[in-house]
Design a protein around this ligand. Structure first.
Ligand code: AMP
Ligand code: MG
Length: 392
């Protein structure tokens, strides 16, 4: 059994970033990792732009009545140059005409006998100057950046469509277990519904990955092996749930060995998720996760997701912050690092949720973060400051 830190380090070391680049439409690029430094093709703003609705004029003239020589809506190229005691009526986003060095906001002016009088004088020029945000040729996004909504805006504004991104690894999700039926079926006496595959595919989607769903394999080496074979060619990462523990019908580690995977670890000192298996064969990877749904959920967040991000050339950086624990939380054994789902309260403190163990997936619907018991620690006291990781 290896420590959580050692397991993470091992799998991150073995993740060789995909070098293949895909061009993906801007529309579909959310969650992808940019595979090149992205530069701007233009200055931003691309021209001296009015920040206000008002009058463009020369600062030195604001004590005198100004005659209006032109009206400049957004999207219009000014035809005239502002001379002494002249101004142009201008809208927010309009091009500031030559000769003008400020825009007086409309609320600070009065119109008298068809000329403009400035009634409140301010130092502000109210001009967004050409290139003050970004210069043509500047790097706007670094290679390795994960694309979020703000990054989409930047890509759009520099005309980057399609976007060069790292190829998305393809996951193949396999549920193992004779007891499993799909959600639309009503389980008979000894059956339960397969929730893991659907939850894992949702997590993959949220993390920006692609998932192939292969269905349920019964607890037999042949069935598990055959299902992997069917998807071997188009899979980068296999995610198997169930069948990794010490039961008579837990065949997954043996099947993986038989398929030629080198297993880098088979047990991690964590709770839940101890029998997690990670293996590698050439450029294919496999995670075997214990079947209890909270285990698969957390193992995905703790191990699979960082691995996946590394494979795409990025870094997984979950949000972690310090908070007071509202409750005293105890445990009996302290031989593993334990992850406890918590609810982050409005006041920033965290409280425990009703949680009966790794089968209790419903508990995660009341939680939005987790805290950890390090090895050797049996009690977190109310008022103690703990590190909380936000569950995204
Ligand atoms: P296992 O890891 O195969 O020993 O399974 C541990 C527990 O998780 C058992 O109670 C299983 O019935 C349950 N389980 C396994 N696979 C799934 C699944 N796909 N969805 C929901 N529960 C599962
Ligand atoms: Mg099983």
């Amino acid at each position: 059994m290896i420590s959580f830190e050692a397991a993470r380090a091992l799998l991150l070391d073995s993740a060789i970033a995909f070098d293949r680049e895909d061009m993906i439409s801007l529309e579909e690029s959310l969650g992808c990792i940019v595979n090149k430094n992205i530069t701007s093709d233009i200055d931003m703003p691309p021209f001296n732009k009015s920040a206000m609705d008002g009058y463009a004029c020369r600062m030195e003239d604001i004590d005198t009545p100004l005659s209006i020589i032109e009206t400049i809506p957004a999207g219009y190229k000014p035809q005239k140059t502002i001379g002494p005691r002249q101004c142009a009526k201008i809208m927010t986003g309009g091009v500031v005409p030559h000769g003008a060095d400020c825009v007086v906001m409309i609320e600070h002016t009065e119109l008298k006998d068809s000329s403009v009088q400035v009634i409140k004088k301010r130092e502000n020029r109210n001009i967004c100057f050409r290139g003050e945000d970004i210069r043509a040729g500047d790097i706007v996004l670094q290679k390795g950046t994960r694309i979020g909504p703000a990054h989409i805006a930047v890509l759009a504004s520099v005309g980057c469509d399609p976007v060069p991104v790292s190829r998305k690894p393809v996951f193949c999700v396999i549920a193992t277990g004779n007891e499993l039926v799909e959600p639309k079926s009503t389980p008979s006496d000894a059956q339960i519904r397969n929730s893991n595959s659907h939850q894992l595919r949702a997590q993959i989607k949220k993390a920006g990955g692609k998932a192939v769903y292969s269905g349920i394999a019964s607890d037999s080496p042949e069935a598990i092996g055959a299902m992997m074979d069917t998807h071997l060619d188009d899979t980068d990462i296999f995610l198997l749930s169930g069948g990794v523990s010490m039961g008579t019908y837990d065949y997954v580690p043996a099947v993986l060995r038989e398929k030629g995977f080198t297993l880098l670890f088979e047990q991690v000192a964590i709770k839940p998720g101890k029998p997690t298996v990670f293996g590698k064969k050439d450029n294919k990877y496999v995670f075997g996760m214990p079947g209890n749904p909270v285990s698969t959920y957390l193992i995905f967040e703790l191990l699979v997701r960082p691995f996946f991000c590394k494979l795409m050339g990025g870094n997984h950086t979950p949000q972690v912050f310090n908070a007071e624990s509202a409750d005293t939380i105890k445990r009996k054994k302290a031989d593993r690092r334990e992850f406890i789902p918590v609810l982050i309260q409005k006041d920033g403190a965290v409280s425990k949720v009703s949680y009966h163990g790794s089968a209790h997936i419903h508990a995660l619907t009341s939680a939005n973060g987790y805290i950890t018991f390090p090895i050797g620690v049996t009690e977190i006291k109310a008022g103690e400051v703990v590190a909380v990781t936000v569950l995204q």
